[in-house]
Design a protein around this ligand. Structure first.
Ligand SMILES: [Zn+2]
Length: 68
């Protein structure tokens, strides 16, 4: 089985058992879409990694603004 898929399935199963399903997120970065567990305290994490995908999205939005 694909390891990424296995990770998603395991996360989903664990979340269902723990009742934390609503904390599973899918990273909105089009080239990532990683399913991750939001363990931030407010429960509002958007990116799988704010350092990686969050930063990359900010940079891309900035570049789009510059080019138009
Ligand atoms: Zn991501």
């Amino acid at each position: 089985m694909d390891t990424a898929l296995a990770h998603i399935v395991m996360s989903a199963l664990t979340a269902t058992v723990n009742g934390t399903w609503h904390r599973l997120r899918m990273c909105p970065a089009p080239d990532c879409q990683w399913v991750f567990y939001d363990n931030s305290r407010p429960g509002r994490a958007k990116w799988c990694s704010p350092q990686l995908c969050g930063n990359r999205a900010k940079t891309q939005a900035y570049r789009r603004r510059q080019s138009t």
